[in-house]
Design a protein around this ligand. Structure first.
Ligand code: PXP
Length: 248
């Protein structure tokens, strides 16, 4: 880990997306995960979606076997996923909302409305020793609910900030960033560990990496895309450099 204390989790889902476009085994997400590890990733993130559109059950088996860094297992709050998580007991479980028709995880989890259900859902995961993280919007109500249900970590959804930035809506990007900043501090004040991710790029990572409460960034799609041009190792190293520079 860099001595800034800010961890980088590399999400390898989209290596599996490319593999699945043709079937077969190439490119191998496990090879990408090992390379990411060597390039300085502090953890590997993989989302086993209900429709298995990218990561497969066999990928999760393989990651549990080969990784030396922690696996952050992203999953929906379903019985099937809970069973899989309890079988593997990964270092971390991140609960995300999931809709079949979406292209990617579009919003944060609605914790406030599902408080009881989620509290029961995460209890066995915590008892099994997994660090439970809840993927939510930068919204005070959701953060308070995540705290009440016993989550140890929240991951703030940076998608709205990144989308506004990419589309040149800079006032909106600045407002989204300000909410992320305020809500990172608020969550930290409740004793929650704060992570962030979704849509981050070289252009958007630094202001988020600079928040002192943020302990981990999870980044995937941009890095796998950039690996086409730079190679995976240099793409990850550049992200790490920007994070360290921002935190420095
Ligand atoms: N964090 C969470 C909880 C996610 O669901 C995702 C996307 O799978 C990411 C981070 C990474 O987002 P991206 O692939 O856009 O970098």
């Amino acid at each position: 880990m860099s001595d800034t204390g800010l961890r980088l989790g590399v999400n390898i889902d989209h290596v599996a997306t490319v593999r699945n476009a043709r079937g077969g085994g190439y490119p191998d997400p496990l090879r990408a995960a090992k390379l990411a590890e060597e390039a300085g990733a502090d953890g590997i993130t993989a989302h086993l979606r209900e429709d298995r559109r990218h990561i497969s059950d066999a990928d999760i088996d393989g990651l549990m076997d080969v990784l030396s860094v922690p696996l952050n297992f992203e999953m929906a709050a379903t019985d099937e996923m809970q069973k899989i998580a309890l079988r593997h007991k990964p270092h971390a479980v991140c609960i995300v909302p999931e809709k079949r028709e979406e292209r990617t995880t579009e919003g944060g989890l609605e914790v406030a409305r599902e408080e009881n259900k989620l509290a029961h859902f995460i209890a066995p995961l915590r008892e099994a020793g997994c660090r439970v993280s809840i993927f939510i919007a930068a919204d005070r109500k959701q953060i308070e609910a995540a705290h009440r249900i016993g989550a140890e970590v929240i991951e703030l959804h940076t998608g709205a900030y990144c989308d506004a930035h990419a589309e040149g809506r800079m006032d909106e990007a600045a407002r989204e960033l300000e909410s992320l900043r305020e809500m990172s501090a608020f969550a930290h004040s409740l004793g929650l560990e704060v992570h962030a991710g979704h849509g981050l790029t070289y252009d958007t990572v630094k202001p988020v990496a600079a928040f002192p409460e943020v302990m981990e960034l999870n980044i995937g799609h941009f890095l796998i895309g950039e690996a086409i041009f730079l190679g995976l190792t240099p793409a990850i190293k550049e992200m790490r450099r920007l994070m360290d520079e921002a935190r420095g």
